[in-house]
Design a protein around this ligand. Structure first.
Ligand code: GDP
Ligand code: IMO
Ligand code: MG
Length: 445
């Protein structure tokens, strides 16, 4: 029995869904613990490609229960559309469970997200405009609408009658946006509640019962550590807790039930939206990494925006190992580096203002912006890796590259992904049952 968290160790889009799908085979329940329809998760099974925004990536394995946890924010319209897309393809939706405590993204949240972004001008965050920030803001202000409220017309009406006029003042006066009609929202969202009622339940109890029955729970993170509201590159973050700690608060289970935390990183790095990205490559290298035209091209799944691309950054990697307590890493998209003559890895930052060298991420975010990467260069392997099934068959240069990442991050690489499908995976050690990571003793504690 093992309860495992899969967490993005970079800026999101690390290939979490591929790894979640792979590991879901061993799980009984797959639960998403944060975020909303801002996520874009791709799973490729044979010739079929699935893109998930709200639904956990474990849904493709028959018989697995998939939970949308209380830490999520759910756009009911997007949820219903996504479920329809899956049932049209023959998937069984009776395995889907939605927490009654998850918050609901309302139309005024999406309008505010867009309006606030517009008003920020050059300081925009580059959000997905899915209403994520405003939904979580209402949750924290204790005036949000939860899934349970969608199921009770009287409560929904009371909440909307209080909330909509207040949002309208903000939208009309600050942003010149036409007002919303509370009565029309009530009709539309009560109907969504009716359609979703069959999925809504106490998911914390469901997971606790499963844990007592020694079932295996897989916690699927969305976004990534550097987009974490508390631990990421604030304010260029999302409004939830993608890092591993969020798996507990976002599902209602205690930390003692979690056995493993697996961090997912690309063999290089990408970011969508604004914010610092020290190893970003603007020119030909960025273009080569972007893989334009390929099925796995670096283009946002949710917004279609081209992703910013750059070299692997061990400073960020070490930080992710620390704040998530990673047991091991899955390195994805190694195959994208197959054609490079030379590959760089950022081993430390140099502060442009005073020349100091930093192996760890600066604690003051304001300093993050003034850091320039110091690179170590690796020869490319210039051979295709997508057919390789075990570690020893990987080109020596590729093994050297992976070993270097593991050493620098002080975290073993358990899985290497060399293509989008399940079979294009090299398992170095069992990420769930293999040896548990022991922290290297500090020399000068
Ligand atoms: P997620 O948000 O972390 O689940 O990742 P995305 O789905 O947004 O982006 C990952 C992209 O890379 C998708 O198109 C995947 O199909 C693809 N992908 C995942 N692993 C690999 C890999 O090892 N090699 C290649 N070429 N593509 C991969
Ligand atoms: P997955 O789960 C990559 C980014 C946005 C923006 C910032 C805030 O597929 O890895 P938001 O809409 O959340 O308020 O936007 O976060 N962002 C993501 N980037 N992958 C994601 O999800 C993301 N979800 C949000 O681009 O910079
Ligand atoms: Mg994604």
């Amino acid at each position: 029995m093992a309860n495992v968290v899969v967490v993005g160790a970079q800026f999101g889009d690390e290939g979490k869904a591929k790894v979640t799908d792979l590991l879901a085979n061993n799980a009984d329940i797959v639960v998403r613990y944060q975020g909303g329809a801002n996520a874009g998760h791709t799973v490729v099974v044979g010739d079929e490609t699935y893109k998930f925004h709200l639904i956990p990536s474990g849904i493709l394995y028959p018989g697995k229960i998939c939970v949308l946890g209380p830490g999520m924010v759910i756009d009911p319209k997007a949820f219903i559309k996504e479920v329809k897309g899956l049932t049209d393809r023959g998937l069984d939706d009776s395995r889907l469970k939605v927490s009654s405590s998850a918050h609901v993204t309302m139309p005024y949240h999406m309008a505010l997200d867009a309006a606030e972004e517009e008003s920020r001008g050059d300081n925009k965050i580059g959000t997905t405009k899915r209403g994520i920030g405003p939904t979580y803001a209402d949750k924290c202000a204790r005036s949000g609408i939860r899934m349970e409220d969608l199921l009770d017309r009287e409560v929904l009406k009371e909440k909307l009658d209080w909330m909509v006029p207040r949002k309208n003042v903000l939208l009309e006066r600050m942003y010149n946006h036409p007002p919303f009609d509370a009565a029309a929202i009530l009709e539309e969202y009560a109907e969504y509640g009716r359609q979703m009622s069959k999925y809504v339940c106490d998911t914390s109890q469901l997971i606790f019962n499963a844990v007592r029955e020694k079932k295996n729970i897989l916690f699927e993170g969305a976004q990534g550590t550097m987009l974490d509201l508390d631990h990421g590159s604030y304010p260029y973050v999302t409004s939830s807790s993608p890092s591993a700690g969020g798996a507990c608060t976002g599902t209602g289970v205690g930390p003692t039930i979690i056995d493993r935390v697996i961090g997912i990183s690309k063999a290089y790095m990408t970011r969508v939206g604004e914010g610092p990205f020290p190893t970003e490559q603007d020119g030909d290298i960025g273009e080569m990494l972007r893989q334009t035209g390929k099925a796995w091209a670096e283009v946002g799944v949710t917004t279609g925006r081209p992703r910013r691309c750059g070299w692997f950054d061990t400073v960020i990697g070490r930080y992710s190992v620390r704040v998530n307590g990673l047991d091991c890493l899955a390195i994805t998209k190694l195959d994208v580096l197959d054609e490079f003559d030379e590959i760089q890895i950022c081993v430390a930052y140099r502060d442009k203002t005073d020349g100091t060298i930093h192996k760890e991420l600066p604690s003051m975010f304001s300093k993050f912006k003034q850091m320039e990467p110091i690179y170590k260069s690796f020869p490319g392997w210039k051979k295709p890796t997508y057919k390789i099934k075990n570690y020893k068959e990987l080109p020596a240069e590729a093994r050297r590259y992976l070993d270097f990442i593991a050493e620098e991050l002080d975290c073993p690489v358990a899985i290497v992904s060399v293509g989008p499908t399940r079979d294009k995976t090299v398992v170095i050690e069992d990420p769930i049952h293999g040896p548990k990571r022991v922290l290297t003793q500090a020399v000068n504690p």
